[in-house]
Write a protein that binds this ligand. Structure first.
Ligand code: DP6
Length: 339
């Protein structure tokens, strides 16, 4: 029996991916940019085992057996096995002919809009690549599990290129800058709710593609310029511009969700209170000190520099005092290390 265990971190997008041009291959309508958190904070841990004695492929997620007959899982596994077979002389008892068992768990709320599928699929594909000794870019395989997963395979700041090839071969993730480039950067995750979201990202973005006019404008007129500008801000370590673009992109993404019919409402009153608080906090200085971004859920991710952390935490504790269980803090540090 061959066994591999890997850990993969969560990534938080500052330019959001929202909308696919190909549902099966998971090809996005626009580029996106994210930072990867340190492994010790929010991560997925996955063990993959291959044995000639296993009768069929099986998977357990957070201790519960789930079906392997899932298009996304199948796409990832088939592609890894195809590459493994290509590489190896596939005669006799080759491992790529054995069945596998997979056990995966997250150390944070699943499907509450905290990028659990990103860490989960990045971890699964990375572990399978180790098991089958597959090398080269595997972000295009993780993408077929969950789009945002391709960005979790790299540390630091990462860009997922939408690509233009019909087969998705150029829709891969690349590193914009390693964590060591901007080591003062911190991410604070404010957990407003750990409940499973009502409309999944996949279903939500499909509805947006079908019904939102604003989404068309966003992908053609806003995201291309924003992506170039935020990459430049990251390279120049220009926090003020980085913060500005991040907040605007988050707000526009949620505006698209509201422009979707019927609307997808992911943020709640606490989320909006956090937005107001950050704007007041920034207005007190000449330049932005903190930026917020919200995925498909009410939880806030705040980016800020280390020097600002004690002051912001004091303000947050004052506004959302201990005993109020609506907000928790988790300090993440983007890291360079892979899964
Ligand atoms: C709002 O990657 O979860 O977090 O590709 O359908 O699995 P699928 O969607 P998923 O969507 C993530 C959307 C987002 C923005 C982002 O992470 O870029």
């Amino acid at each position: 029996m061959n066994i591999i265990t890997c850990i993969a971190p969560v990534n938080i997008a500052v330019i959001k991916y929202w909308g696919k041009r190909d549902e099966k291959l998971i090809l996005p309508l626009n580029d996106s940019v994210s930072a990867t958190l340190s492994i010790k904070e929010m991560h997925a841990k996955t063990t993959v085992m291959a044995s000639p004695n296993f009768k069929e492929d099986k998977i357990w997620l957070n201790g519960k057996e789930e079906t392997f007959q899932n298009q996304r899982l199948q796409s990832c596994l088939q592609e890894i096995r195809r590459r493994a077979k290509q590489k190896a002389d596939n005669k006799g008892d080759s491992i790529s002919n054995w069945s596998i068992h997979v056990c995966s768990e997250n150390n944070f709320p699943t499907a509450a809009g905290l990028a659990s599928s990103a860490a989960g699929y990045a971890c699964l594909v990375f572990a399978l690549a180790q098991l089958y000794d597959v090398s080269g870019d595997i972000s295009g395989i993780a993408r077929q599990g969950s789009g945002s997963a391709c960005r979790s395979l790299y540390g630091g700041f990462v860009r997922w290129h939408q690509g233009s090839a019909l087969d998705g071969s150029d829709s891969i993730a690349t590193q914009v800058a390693p964590e060591s480039h901007w080591p003062e950067m911190r991410i604070l995750v404010l957990v407003v709710s750990d409940k499973r979201k009502k409309v999944s990202s996949s279903a939500g973005m499909q509805n947006s593609v079908n019904t939102s006019e604003l989404l068309k404008y966003r992908v053609s007129h806003c995201v291309p310029q924003r992506t170039e500008a935020i990459v430049k801000a990251i390279i120049n370590k220009d926090f003020d511009t980085f913060a500005d673009i991040t907040m605007k992109d988050s707000n526009q993404f949620h505006a698209v969700c509201l422009d979707t019919f019927p609307p997808n409402v992911y943020m709640n009153d606490t989320s909006h209170a956090i937005v107001n608080l950050i704007h007041s906090y920034n207005t007190a200085s000449e330049k932005n000190k903190v930026t917020y971004t919200f995925d498909a859920g009410p939880n806030a991710c705040l980016y800020l520099l280390q020097s600002e952390v004690p002051k912001l935490l004091a303000v947050l504790n004052h506004i959302f005092p201990a005993g109020n269980e609506s907000v928790e803090y988790l300090q993440g540090i983007p890291v360079e290390k892979q899964a």
